[in-house]
Design a protein. Structure first.
Length: 321
């Protein structure tokens, strides 16, 4: 089968399209023919060596495809994000992948394969942060820092589904996420603006998708007893904040890392998300598709950033059933 592979860490140019053996499912596994696979920023970081993945490695965390063999119904259309895919084991940027049978989830029938492949990491992260870790409640106000990014847009949809109000923080004043209010972080005092929008109270829950220099302003935007979710830190991984203010405010800080999720946990979240898509609460993002032959260009587009569309790789394989 054809697969994208890197044998050394570096920029997207280290990737090559190779012929490698087609995997064979063992007992308790299924063979999925990949119809579409997303490229996430974490995939670019993986190729660059951030996760110290054993080499050589096929990257790719998110996929949509069809079960063609193994311990599941043949022909089932599945979607998801695999545990360890692309890091501790070969990932989804290939024509086929083997997945544990208890880790697959049925994709929403009304989504195309390309749309389904775009959901994985951003929505999985948003759900894990807001619903699982943050215990979001109806009527709460959620501050989403980095709201214009893929995770921020997914989190806004999930928060609205759970009947929460969303204040978005972004370097731009435009509002592609459809947050209820937008604060431009380059020209405004974030904690002050949040309190002005919450009658002086502050946000019940903060999802910080930026970290670094935005960490402390986010923390200062919390109401008394509020909770903040950290999922990453751009540039500076070490931050400082006023510890006395932190505990006087009874604040709660929670870290979320979806790479630590097991396959069953991922499938469970994907099933929750499927219900949201089928009910119309969630919508797939815009997508840009790329053939495998242009995978390096696609990776470079993700590395550059700034686009609202999700970049999707399409294997050039004949459909099997």
């Amino acid at each position: 089968m054809k697969a994208l592979q890197f044998g050394a860490y570096g920029p997207p140019a280290v990737l090559t399209l190779k012929e490698i053996p087609k995997p064979e499912p063992r007992k308790g596994e299924v063979l999925v023919q990949i119809r579409a696979a997303a490229i996430n920023p974490s995939d670019v970081k993986n190729v660059a060596g951030h996760f110290k993945s054993p080499l050589p490695r096929v990257p790719g965390r998110d996929y949509a495809g069809v079960v063609i063999a193994g311990d599941a119904e043949k022909g089932s259309e599945v979607w998801g994000s695999g545990a360890g895919f692309g890091v501790t084991r070969n990932g989804a940027h290939a024509e086929y992948i083997v997945v544990p049978a208890d880790s697959i989830a049925q994709k929403p029938p009304h989504l195309s394969m390309e749309q389904a492949a775009a959901i994985g990491v951003p929505y999985l992260t948003a759900w894990s942060a807001l619903v699982v870790a943050g215990n979001i409640q109806e009527g709460e106000t959620v501050l989403i820092v980095g709201v214009s990014g893929a995770v921020g847009r997914a989190a806004t949809q999930i928060a609205h589904w759970k009947k929460a109000r969303v204040i978005g923080a972004s370097t731009h004043s435009n509002n592609p996420s459809n947050a209820d209010a937008i604060i431009k972080t380059t020209t405004n005092d974030l904690p002050g603006e949040v309190r002005a929008l919450t009658s002086g109270k502050g946000a019940d829950l903060v999802l910080d998708t930026v970290g670094g220099f935005m960490f402390e302003p986010s923390l200062k935007s919390l109401r008394r007893g509020g909770r903040q979710i950290a999922i990453c830190s751009t540039k500076d991984r070490r931050i400082s904040f006023d510890l006395v203010d932190f505990y006087h405010n009874l604040s709660c800080l929670i870290g979320v890392d979806t790479m630590k999720l097991q396959g069953k946990e991922i499938a469970e979240v994907m099933n929750h998300l499927r219900a949201g898509f089928q009910a119309g609460h969630l919508q797939a993002p815009p997508i840009t598709t790329w053939p495998f032959e242009r995978a390096i260009e696609a990776y470079e587009a993700v590395e550059k950033g700034g686009a609202s569309a999700k970049h999707i790789l399409i294997p050039d394989t004949k459909q099997e059933l």
